[in-house]
Design a protein around this ligand. Structure first.
Ligand code: UD1
Ligand code: MG
Length: 469
């Protein structure tokens, strides 16, 4: 199939179009030449989204907006990372700590107090970084599509200048800060949309919201900020202009792909960013040898690993944190939720939902099944309509199903229960809570009781009929 560059992405009646591939994810970046600290701004409420959830916690393919941005920066292995919070700070902090805390050597959170602008937010973060000297990379928690490679390039570009700024030429610059240049094209400032004159509004180069500062230069520039603008805020962008006023050069890097700098200020922006992120994820799996039959009806979250030669059938949803081996088959109409692991050659078929479930190598659940908190042994066969009843209304319980076990159609296994290796249940069996079915035992009925020992075919591992179920 061709994934050649086409028109820019649009949402047409909910259908996505395949757009030009994003740059491939950078190989492990080379170490940064100077010590690196990251500041992520995430204190704003996000009034323009009109929802009660803080904007930076809006979901984007299995990660929040801010966690997506932080995941991109984590590969640069910053020595320090400071996230600036305020609105619903406990909720935002817990969410980010859980999602990306393990990716950073040192992840810190500071409270901005009442947010007074992006410049104010960085002032507060720099208090936490009072003893830090080196590169300070500032990212905004509402720009989730940035890549590690672009951030690394931005830091490298700074050289001996006090600052480097990422810019872009999006199709629509509405609401964004415009890049001001002099007659020779040299950078001379950033003007927020609201503060622009008619002529300035016509400028199509915008500020993407990513900056690399020299820490020693940043401190006095922040001290010089005044709220002299339409919003009465301290703008970080004025600190950048300040360097030029002092006669210093500011470097600018144009983003290779304007999609990378998509900021989310409204739910419509979120829908566009989600579609872009989804494209990126699908293209990455396709390029790794995962046979995704219909990318337009396949939904795969960030942070999913899939081995080569695995086939993903249409209308399949795979949630964050799933790990799928090689030569597996998933779908059509399958839903793999967080924590699900498929070992090589495992199969999950039509209308099957799996949550926090491990399918051993070659295990199959092909039709109409729910597997929750289950461990399924190698080559086990889960019959059509099987349910692991893992929830009693208060707690969740685990189900263990042994290798080569064969569950008859319509079996209900009330957890916690165990089914031994090579064991079998009859069609419609209800295995009651706390049952332990021994190896090779056959249980049938409601409630299920032991009937006999299973007569296994002569060769081990050939328990199933050779006919396809
Ligand atoms: C900002 C830039 C604009 C740029 C755009 C790119 C400024 C003044 N403007 O505008 O030039 O084109 O991003 O997307 O920087 N935040 C805080 N504390 C505050 C204010 C904001 O932490 O006091 C956080 C927000 O939570 C958000 C980020 O900073 O994650 C950016 O704030 P936002 O209000 O979205 O700025 P924009 O209007 O998008
Ligand atoms: Mg914004």
């Amino acid at each position: 199939m061709s994934l050649a560059p086409t028109a820019p992405l649009t949402l047409r009646g909910g259908l996505r179009t395949i757009l030009a591939p994003f740059p491939s994810p950078a190989p492990t970046p080379s170490p940064m030449p100077r010590p690196l600290a990251v500041i992520c701004l995430a204190a704003g409420l996000g009034k323009r989204t009109k929802v009660s959830l803080p904007k930076v916690l809006l979901p984007l393919c299995g990660r929040t907006l801010a966690a997506s941005a932080l995941a991109a920066v984590a590969s640069l292995q910053p020595a320090r990372t400071v996230v600036v919070l305020h609105h619903q700070k406990d909720k935002v902090q817990k969410s980010l700590q859980d999602a990306v805390g393990g990716m950073f050597a040192r992840l810190e959170f500071v409270d901005q107090g009442a947010p007074k602008g992006t410049g104010h937010a960085v002032q507060v973060a720099m208090q936490a970084l009072a003893d830090f000297r080196g590169d300070v990379l500032v990212i905004y928690g509402d720009c989730p599509l940035i890549t590690t490679a672009t951030l690394q390039e931005l830091c490298a570009l700074r050289g001996s200048s006090p600052c480097s700024v990422l810019t872009a030429y999006p199709d629509d610059a509405t609401g964004l800060g415009r890049i001001l240049r002099d007659d020779e094209g040299r950078f001379c400032g950033i003007r927020e949309h609201r503060d622009c004159s008619e002529d300035e509004l016509a400028i199509d180069e915008i500020n993407a919201g990513f900056y690399c500062f020299d820490s020693d230069a940043l401190r006095p520039a922040l001290a010089s900020l005044t709220p002299n603008n339409a919003q009465g805020e301290l703008y970080l962008t004025d600190a950048v202009a300040n360097f030029v006023q002092q006669g210093q050069d500011v470097q600018t890097l144009e983003a290779a792909d304007a999609a990378e700098i998509t900021g989310v200020n409204s739910l419509a922006d979120l829908a566009v960013a989600r579609a872009m992120m989804q494209e990126r994820i699908l293209l990455e799996h396709l390029s790794n040898g995962v046979l995704i039959i219909d990318p337009t009806t396949t939904w795969i979250d960030q942070g999913v690993s899939i081995g080569a030669d695995t086939k993903i059938q249409p209308c399949t949803v795979i949630g964050a944190g799933c790990a799928i081996g090689s030569h597996c088959e998933v779908g059509p109409f399958a839903h793999l939720r967080a924590g699900t692991v498929l070992e090589d050659h495992a199969e999950i078929g039509n209308f099957v939902e799996a949550k926090k479930t491990r399918m051993g190598a070659g295990a199959k659940a092909k039709h109409l099944t729910y597997l929750g908190d289950a461990t399924v042994g190698a080559k086990a066969n889960i019959g059509a309509g099987t349910i692991t009843a893992n929830y009693d209304g208060v707690h969740k319980y685990e189900t263990k199903i042994g290798a080569r076990a064969f569950l008859g159609s319509g079996s209900v296994i009330v957890a916690p229960s165990e089914i031994g290796d090579d064991a079998m249940t009859g069609a419609g069996a209800v295995v009651t809570r706390g049952s332990k079915i021994g190896a090779s035992e056959v249980w049938v009925g409601v409630p299920a009781k032991k009937l006999k020992m299973r007569e296994l075919p002569p060769r081990q591992g050939q328990a199933m009929s050779k006919d396809k179920p």
